[in-house]
Design a protein around this ligand. Sequence first.
Ligand SMILES: NC(=O)c1ccc[n+]([C@@H]2O[C@H](COP(=O)([O-])OP(=O)(O)OC[C@H]3O[C@@H](n4cnc5c(N)ncnc54)[C@H](O)[C@@H]3O)[C@@H](O)[C@H]2O)c1
Length: 429
Amino acid sequence: MNVCMIGTGYVGLVTGICLAHIGHNVTCVDIDTHKIEMLKKGELPIFEPGLEDLLKVNVSDKRLHFTNDIKQAVQNSQVIFIAVGTPPAKDGNANLTNVFEAAHDIAAALNEYKVIVNKSTVPVGTAEKVSEIIQKNKKSETDFSVVSNPEFLKEGSAIKDIFEGDRIVIGVEDQNAQAIMEQLYKPLSIPVYVTDVKSAEMIKYASNAFLATKISFINEIANVCEKVGADITKVAGGMGLDKRIGASFLNAGLGYGGSCFPKDAKALVETAKQAGYHFKILNAVIEVNDKQKQIMVDKISKYVSKLNNPVVGILGLAFKPNTDDIREAPSLYIIQKLKEQGIKLKAYDPIAMENTKIIIPDITYCSNLYDACRDVDVVVITTEWEEFKNMDLDIVKDSVKTPLIIDGRNIFDPIQMNQKGFKYISIGR
Ligand SMILES: NC(=O)c1ccc[n+]([C@@H]2O[C@H](COP(=O)([O-])OP(=O)(O)OC[C@H]3O[C@@H](n4cnc5c(N)ncnc54)[C@H](O)[C@@H]3O)[C@@H](O)[C@H]2O)c1
């Protein structure tokens, strides 16, 4: 099947490459000419494990193409995906400018029946608006269908998530478009959940809001654990064995970050508000998440406020391991707050330092984790990279000024850390 992917970011690029890998002929388009130039040279504009190999294989097999010519890409394709960014607007709503621009471009190019697939995370009712834009602006009499197909991949394991996802959600209003979508995804052998368009749009927000709720809930339990002397990792272990609860998303820490949960939770609150409903739980989830980052800042400040010219080493900048994405990363909040207190900072991340340097140029970036620990008063762990879990604690202990680790991701065992001679402070233990 000929497929056009509009937007080659974390979602569009990975989805486009994976669709090519299952046999489709995919053309990826982006308004960012630099990205397209990089991709044409076989270079990836993002970090995602395993993606570079898949890119090379599918380009050399001539199933994957990159262009800035959206008109031609749309006209040559039967299925057009919209996978552009939907960043948060100031009021918390999703900013749909990119989606509507893509809809205008599709309308201008429409030459025969196409299925237009909204893969971006968009509020309920957006497919209807996309449909209206295309209907109003199309230059030919041809028919089209707009489908909702939200994406559930996770950065860092995106390829696996696409090839082995739990479900594919398709919101569709006509049987022709449904048949084309089922045909498109058939090689993946993943359960397809077909529903109406509005429900599909809501499934994405409801799923992210539920996961965000799980994270804020376990963080609240962690905060209570600290006060009463229980250990959150043991509590979560016992809770997770209950199949009704499940073990995933029960890691207490610095709260959720990234480009999805924070913006999607806020957008759902706004959607509810506009519909005249106060979404009480989700408001609390957001509040708890904001507070969780400040709790970490307070833990660090408590120690460094007594020191002259303190230096803090930050291990981890990405919002989670195996990605270079720093959007809404808790590390950024913590760094900002410590900078405001005049604290000198050193930082290291295996992948995300280049992205961070653009927005925080004035801290010291280190070439490895041990450099980031050298002569610091506190080591702060903000991302649970495998590299940090496997660090040589003897070298760290010899490098630091004071053997104090404040761990926002609970990657070590407190008893073992104490035995190693560290003062070790973590979350909910
Ligand atoms: N990143 C994730 O983990 C994830 C997971 C599930 C869903 N989503 C959703 O998928 C969507 C895309 O997210 P992302 O992380 O890939 O964003 P991104 O910012 O990485 O990529 C978006 C891309 O779209 C391009 N673009 C913007 N307007 C365009 C236009 N009019 N025409 C062509 N290209 C255009 C941008 O240049 C950019 O390359 C969002 O709605 C997001 O909420 C993201």
